[in-house]
Design a protein around this ligand. Structure first.
Ligand code: BG6
Length: 484
């Protein structure tokens, strides 16, 4: 017998962006310089060289802080969402999305991070933005920290390695909860919190050449983020009792290369490590396998009194995650063909096609990820990033036909529906880069995720005009039928 369970009433179909990749206006209205503003365009680095794409040095940062030109730092200009949000939100409203995930740039509210008073102009910007979303029938879903922090905290505190940054972040969090408590009912603490182990600067403000033992610094910083996230949960429940707040993970599903138990073990270890972050944020304790890893690597985490209770008591209400691709693990990958993603790679899976950027496309992996997460934690899940980065072509008549994107989204949504039939509780689904924006890893514009096209190239040339792609109409229709 087949079940035809539909998407639940109120399912949050939506789109996702991040402040640092869309807003631009990096130095207006009192905004301070953030880590994202130092990211140069990396289109000349090979697509598969994700390590180089994510590398950061003191020398590079010093040059970025001196360089006031906007040409090579695409996130400084974004897609000018800062000024064009009314038009963009009207288009998204027309598309019918129920929610928009975006983030608040910490540096708009506290330019250096450690001020005691917030920057009113920055707060006003988000007042206007959130009001405009609501006006267009779009429920705000807000990430507190999406791949950026004040550069001042990097240079003067060593980023998240300093415990003081927890208090500084709590001040920021308290400020925005109090200010936007009537407008925002869905919050996310740290975007892809696990990313700190792969790109310490982006997530943790850690400049590797400033630390003797980078891994030790990374796990200390991560502990501080776990604590800051627990405080955010506590504060959110106190200040906005009718809101929900979730953690956020990059889903990095690994298959074994063969059925050799050693390959199975390699895949198991990778999957287990991927869930370490949610184990802490949802189960509330550091799991045994990671304590073992710390012992074996000589890593010691400094914890303050009360930390364990805090983690146990203030766990996330839901798990949100990004899903783009799956990976293959082998106990001995010597000589095997490899593929990459934006922050990591692995052995090639011969059964899967790849995107223009070499990412493996695996819709069934989404169903598996949903099932794994739900059976382990039994809390609602929210897919807050899924989408295809691809080259798009604007026809002479101005139309943009992107059947490859439609097929990517359609096949993933189909598998999400399968997971729903499997009994998985899913709150919503937001397409990453609902509007073309600056890519995270390579800071380029050509890698387009949007259902709305933005006329801008890698060097910032273009009219910034917005156009509806074929996928815009497809998603509009899908939402109006609640996914079926
Ligand atoms: C996720 C990030 O890792 O992947 C986004 O949360 C990012 O910020 C997205 O944009 C896609 O990666 P990229 O490098 O192609 O932009």
């Amino acid at each position: 017998m087949t079940t035809t369970r539909t998407f639940p009433e109120g399912f949050l179909w939506g789109g996702a962006i991040a402040a640092n990749q869309a807003e631009g206006a990096w130095n207006v209205a009192g905004k301070g310089i953030s880590t994202a503003d130092t990211a140069m365009n990396k289109k000349n680095i090979s697509k598969s060289d994700y390590k180089k794409q994510n590398a950061v040095s003191s020398e590079q940062l010093a040059a970025a802080l001196e360089d006031q030109s906007t040409v090579n730092y695409p996130k400084r200009r974004g897609i000018d969402f800062y000024h064009r949000y009314p038009e963009d939100l009207a288009l998204m409203g027309e598309m019918g999305i129920k929610t928009l995930r975006t983030s608040i740039a910490w540096t708009r509210i506290f330019p250096n991070g450690n001020e005691t008073q917030p920057n009113e102009e920055g707060l006003l910007f988000y007042d206007r933005l959130l009001d405009e979303m609501i006006k267009n029938g779009i429920e705000p879903l807000v990430t507190l920290s999406h791949y950026e922090m004040p550069m001042y905290l990097v240079d003067h505190y060593g980023g998240w390695t300093s415990r003081e940054v927890v208090d500084i972040f709590v001040r920021f969090t308290t400020t925005v909860f109090n200010r936007y408590k009537d407008k925002v009912k869905y919050w996310i603490t740290f975007n892809e919190i696990d990313g700190i182990v792969r790109h310490p600067f982006t997530n943790g403000g850690i400049v590797p050449d400033r630390f003797e033992n980078v891994e030790q610094a990374v796990y200390q910083a991560l502990h501080h983020q776990f604590i800051a996230s627990a405080y955010a949960v506590k504060l959110c429940h106190e200040i906005i009792p009718d809101a929900q707040i979730g953690c956020m993970l990059t889903s990095l599903l690994h298959y074994p290369h063969t059925c050799n138990p050693l390959d199975v073990l390699a895949a198991h270890k990778n999957n287990q490590f991927n869930l370490f972050f949610t184990d802490v944020q949802v189960r509330g304790t550091y799991p045994g396998y990671i304590e073992r890893y710390f012992r074996e690597q000589g890593i010691t985490i400094e914890k303050a009194e009360g930390d364990s209770d805090l983690l146990k008591e203030y766990t996330a209400d839901f798990i949100s995650f990004s899903y783009y691709n799956s990976f293959v693990a082998s106990a001995d990958s010597e000589g095997l063909e490899t593929v990459s993603g934006n922050t990591m790679g692995g052995v090639k899976n011969p059964y899967l096609p790849v995107s223009d950027w070499g990412w493996q496309i695996d819709p069934i992996g989404l169903r598996l990820a949903l099932n794994h997460l739900y059976s382990r934690y039994q809390v609602p899940l929210f897919i807050v990033e899924n989408g295809l980065g691809a080259y798009d072509n604007v026809e002479e008549d101005g139309t943009i036909s992107d059947p490859y994107r439609i097929e990517y989204l359609r096949s993933h949504i189909e598998q999400m529906h399968e997971a729903l039939l499997d009994g998985v509780e899913i709150m919503g689904y937001t397409v990453w880069g609902i509007i073309d924006l600056i890519s995270y890893s390579s800071s380029e514009m050509e890698k387009r995720y949007g259902l709305i096209h933005v006329d801008q190239d890698n060097d910032g040339n273009g009219t910034l005009e917005r156009r509806r792609k074929e996928s815009f109409f497809w998603y509009q229709n899908l939402i109006s039928n609640n996914g079926l």
